[in-house]
Design a protein around this ligand. Structure first.
Ligand code: ATP
Length: 283
């Protein structure tokens, strides 16, 4: 039996680091949305009792360090599955880019294995397992648009963001989320009006949405990697309605209501960067 699952990337429309908690994690308040740039997973039964993960990107670990491998291992142990599985990841989402690719792959693997092994697990059960692998997995299980809080594990789906075009650019650097959180001083950050952002999305008010978007990790990442600011400036110069870093970076995205503008930004950035994408938001 073969199962196919899509694992879409996410962008942060809002990211507010509130404070550092006693357990050393940061308390976050965010709005995330899925976009139509996705990895593709093929999940198939194996006659031998083993987990095999492969991918089209040679640099990606395919052993226990891979989120997909971890998802399969947890399910196999917990539900005493004595069958093997091969998971092939066709990676399209840039890695270590702030687009949640690894978490989305994990969520897709959990959904697919739930079907392959006929486990009948509920969304809450999948979330509880996904949280053991990564904090963005709960959002990726829900998908579309959601408010996220806690250290990233509390997900409240909201109405989908107003549909628009999204141009994504990933500069040729990789940013470690862990390292950015190690250097951030939450007391020095300007806060993002997440509640106003959510109200704008709920009212489907595109202009109010872009006016209230913000990511207070942007200044932290830009200090280390000025290329992020350069990409933002270029996107705005070429006509973006708004340009912002996703997650801890380094990917910058632009939103446009008009396709012609999105295309202009895409063409302009193609001259500077290899990894540029023009996609839609996911309804
Ligand atoms: P986060 O913000 O959670 O760090 P990200 O989008 O910035 O997410 P990912 O693409 O998820 O970054 O990759 C982060 C790290 O996770 C990489 O160093 C990569 O080696 C590891 N990883 C493990 N499994 C996967 C996977 N299936 N796809 C991508 N990266 C993976």
């Amino acid at each position: 039996m073969e199962i196919y699952e899509k694992a879409p990337a996410k962008i942060n429309l809002g990211l507010d680091v509130l404070y550092k908690r006693a357990d050393d994690y940061h308390e976050l308040k965010m709005v995330m949305a899925s976009v139509d740039l996705a990895d593709h997973l093929k999940i198939e039964s194996l006659p031998t009792d083993e987990i095999i993960v492969t991918s089209n990107k040679a640099f990606l670990p395919v052993d226990k360090r891979n989120n997909v491998y971890q998802a399969a291992e947890i399910l196999k142990k917990r539900y005493q599955i004595q069958k093997g599985v091969k998971i092939t990841i066709e990676k399209r989402i840039p890695v270590a880019a702030g687009l949640g690719g690894g978490s989305s792959d994990c969520a897709a693997a959990l959904r697919g294995l739930n079907r392959l092994w006929d486990l009948g697990l509920s969304m809450d059960e999948l979330i509880e397992i996904g949280m053991q692998v990564g904090t963005d997995v709960p959002f990726c299980l829900h998908g579309t648009t959601a408010k996220i809080s806690g250290k990233g594990e509390i997900v409240e789906p909201i109405v989908s963001m107003p549909q628009c075009w999204v141009v994504l650019v990933k500069p040729r650097i990789s940013v470690s989320t862990r390292k950015i959180f190690q250097i951030v001083d939450a007391t020095q950050l300007e806060h993002v009006p997440i509640d106003d952002l959510i109200a704008a999305i709920e009212a489907q008010d595109y202009q109010a949405m872009i006016a209230n978007m913000g990511n207070n990790l942007e200044s932290v990442t830009i200090q280390k990697y000025p290329v992020v600011q350069k990409m933002k400036d270029k996107m705005l110069k070429f006509g973006a309605d708004v340009a912002m870093m996703s997650g801890s970076g380094p990917t910058v995205f632009a939103l446009c209501q008009k396709y012609s503008r999105a295309q202009r930004i895409y063409n302009a950035l193609k001259g500077f960067c290899e990894e540029v994408y023009l996609v839609r938001t996911l309804p």
